[in-house]
Every structure is written in C-alpha cells, then in structure tokens.
Design a protein around this ligand. Structure first.
Ligand SMILES: [Zn+2]
Ligand SMILES: [Zn+2]
Length: 140
C-alpha cells in the first residue's frame, strides 16, 4: 500500500491508484460532478466560466471531465473545449472529428513518413571531418 498526500486537501491517505486524491475529496468531487452535470442540463447555454463559478469548481476541472467524456455540453451550447490538435471548439473528448480522422490516417502511414535523409547528412559531416584531419596532419 502506497501512502500519498491528497492533491486537493493535502491529507495523507492510502493511495490505491487513479487520481492522487483522498476518499473524502473524491466523494466531494463526485458530488460536485453531479451538481455540474445537473447545472449544465438546466442551463444548456451557460458559459464554462459561469458553470465553474456557480458550482465552485475550477474551469480546468470541468475541462478534465469533458476530456474524460463524462461531461458533454449540448451541441447548440456555446461551451466547448479546444481540440488538442487544431484548437477547434469541441463538445467532448480530446480531438475534433476531423483531427480524429487525420490522426487515424497518420498512425497508419507513420512508417512511410519517417524516411528523412538523416543518413546522408551524417555522411557529409564525417567526410568533412576526414578532410579537416588531413589538413591538420599536413600542418603538423
Ligand atoms: Zn483530500
Ligand atoms: Zn481538431
């Protein structure tokens, strides 16, 4: 069993995995999550900062829930988070649909793309080095 300091209240607790938060804070956070979820449902047009303020939770925490896909803002809501790739406003997850598609494609073609002329560059430097060495020898 690992003992850690709670990231939220600083108390020492038995860490069992996941977020470094003690059971008390975890429960509190879960309550807040339910409140935030209900608040968003009742106020579908609320801004993320309003949600944060009204529920006394950080914007970062709300965004984290959205990234975890636990919270979803309604499609017509002004609230969203940024796609981690292009910055487009999205409603849930980490990437917009377009980036999800292109990332999937990129993963498939990653090997073909990696062929850069690094080897040639290295050859050139070592040839130059050899010349330099020769010159040095002559000067000696
Ligand atoms: Zn705590
Ligand atoms: Zn994107």
């Amino acid at each position: 069993m690992e003992v850690r300091n709670c990231r939220s209240c600083g108390k020492i607790f038995n860490y069992i995995g996941g977020k470094p938060i003690c059971p008390t804070c975890k429960n509190e956070l879960e309550d807040t999550f339910q409140e935030v979820k209900a608040y968003i449902k009742d106020n579908p047009n609320a801004q993320i900062y309003d949600v944060a303020e009204e529920n006394e939770v950080s914007v970062g925490q709300i965004k984290e829930w959205v990234r975890e896909e636990r919270l979803t803002f309604s499609p017509d809501s002004a609230v969203g988070i940024d796609c981690e790739n292009c910055g487009t406003t999205i409603k849930t997850g980490r990437f917009c649909n377009r980036c999800k598609d292109s990332l999937a494609k990129e993963l498939g073609g990653a090997y073909a793309k990696k062929q850069t002329p690094e080897i040639n560059k290295e050859k050139n430097t070592s040839t130059k080095m050899r010349y330099l060495n020769k010159d040095n020898m002559r000067n000696y």
